[in-house]
Design a protein around this ligand. Structure first.
Ligand code: AMP
Ligand code: GLY
Length: 423
């Protein structure tokens, strides 16, 4: 079988490694992939949002199945176009990808179907948004409506900060068209849990839970990033919380999308906050998380490609999806200065790895046989162990064995989770 994977980050590297375990797979193409992914797939220089070229490549090369991993091509209808050309693909169609692409859509969906989330209002006029902030006060959260690379959210502790964020988005054009509509919502408190799930529109099968570390600096300080590390499972996701999430959030969301004529097939990612009033949705993503995937897939014991195809074909209910009860940690090695300003082009030497260890390459290119850093997040260093404590320790050993002089890691990935386990 020939498989095509759209995307070129650490998440895609993890997906490709998992897909290659299926013995029926004889070729994997990554569009565009990266210099590290090139060790596991044939990288083709076609951008992840160049839908026309992606479809043409798939048809010309007799691709049997495609996986569309990033949010942009999903929002642009990449799955719809592949399907039209006769190439089955993993991921939601355009009309379902909107659950991530528009926060105004997803918030309205939750309100309409009684799915627990922060209270909110949507604004298209700046004056009204500013007046609303005066009325509700701080802390308050301001979000740009559209995709803003995970950076369109301001958790404002003061009214002035909240107003500044609204002005930046609506007047400053910081996020282009994504910022012409803003959502202002209630500030929630509690630990965050990421739950990626498989859904074929009929059933929802949650994957092992995980915890992201979004800020660049230790102790959750510094600017927001795409994610500096992850652990799985997330200790805050107890069996009771899981049961409540299924009943109050997961199934109602899938049913709501069906009722709207927007059946969601693919990986639906629930970004949750476990508040004192129960679990609430912070955000939906229409795709695998990055770097959540790097800890979730190493714990998947079932064959990923088999599960993905069952999702596409609506056979998920009769397909086994089994996760190991071990633990995984991923420590991201990023370029110094990320996410603000950083340089690329530094040589990287990867250490030899034992079993249950992996390095997924997020941002690197290969030149003259050498691996050079290329981008903000460069590597995801992963360890799987029987306990979370060991997994974290071992993931740091992997990260520290990497030779990359311009790299930095957060030093407290998993700390909060380990403290929660002690209580
Ligand atoms: P998002 O891009 O929607 O995931 O938001 C980024 C981060 O902002 C989340 O991971 C939370 O830490 C924080 N956040 C978003 N919404 C809220 C909220 N209503 N209350 C408190 N924190 C929030
Ligand atoms: N790590 C968060 C995300 O993928 O959106």
């Amino acid at each position: 079988m020939k498989i095509l994977v759209v995307g070129g980050g650490g998440r895609e590297h993890a997906i490709i490694r998992a897909i290659r375990k299926n013995p029926a797979v004889d070729a994997v193409y990554a569009l565009p992939g990266n210099g590290g992914i090139a060790a596991d797939a044939q990288c083709v220089p076609i951008g992840a949002t160049d839908i026309e070229k992606i479809v043409a490549f798939a048809v010309e090369n007799g691709v049997d199945y495609a996986v569309v991993a990033p949010d942009d091509p999903l929002a642009l209808g990449c799955v719809d176009e592949l399907e039209k050309a006769g190439v089955p693909a993993f991921g939601p169609r355009k009309n379902a990808a909107v659950i991530e692409a528009s926060k105004a859509f997803s918030k309205r969906l939750m309100k309409k179907y009684g799915i627990p989330t922060a209270r909110f209002e949507t604004f298209t006029h700046m004056d009204k948004a500013l007046a609303y902030i005066d009325r509700v006060g701080a802390p308050v959260v301001v979000k740009a409506d559209g995709l803003a690379l995970g950076k369109g959210v301001t958790v404002a502790m003061t009214v002035e900060e909240a107003k500044g964020a609204v002005r930046d988005m609506m007047e400053g054009g910081k996020f282009g068209a994504s910022g012409s509509t803003v959502v202002i919502e209630e500030y929630l408190e509690g630990p965050e849990v990421s739950v990626l799930s498989f859904t074929d529109g009929n059933v929802v099968v949650p994957m092992v839970s995980s915890m992201d570390h979004k800020r660049a600096g230790d102790g959750d300080t510094g600017p927001n990033t795409g994610g500096m590390g992850t652990v799985a499972p997330n200790p805050y996701y107890t069996p009771e919380v899981a049961e409540r999430c299924m009943r109050e959030i997961f199934l109602p969301t899938v049913k709501a999308m069906n009722a709207e004529g927007r059946t969601f097939k693919g990986c639906l990612y629930f970004g949750l906050m476990i508040t004192k009033d129960g679990p609430k949705v912070i955000e939906y993503n229409c795709r695998f998380g990055d770097p959540e995937t790097q800890v979730v897939l190493p714990l998947l014991e079932s064959d990923l490609l088999t599960v993905m195809r069952a999702v596409t074909e609506g056979r998920l209910a009769e397909t086994e999806v089994k996760f190991s009860d071990r633990a995984a940690a991923c420590v991201v090695v990023a370029s110094r200065g990320y996410p603000v300003r950083y340089e690329s082009g530094f040589p990287i030497e990867l250490p030899k790895l034992g079993p249950d260890r992996d390095i997924y390459v997020a941002g690197a290119e290969r030149r003259d046989g050498k691996l050079l850093s290329h981008g903000g997040r460069v590597l995801g260093c992963v360890a799987v162990e029987d306990t979370l404590e060991k997994a974290v320790r071992e993931a740091y050993k992997v990260a520290d064995a990497v030779k990359f002089e311009n790299g930095f890691t957060r030093r407290d990935i998993g700390k909060r989770a380990l403290e929660a386990l002690k209580n």
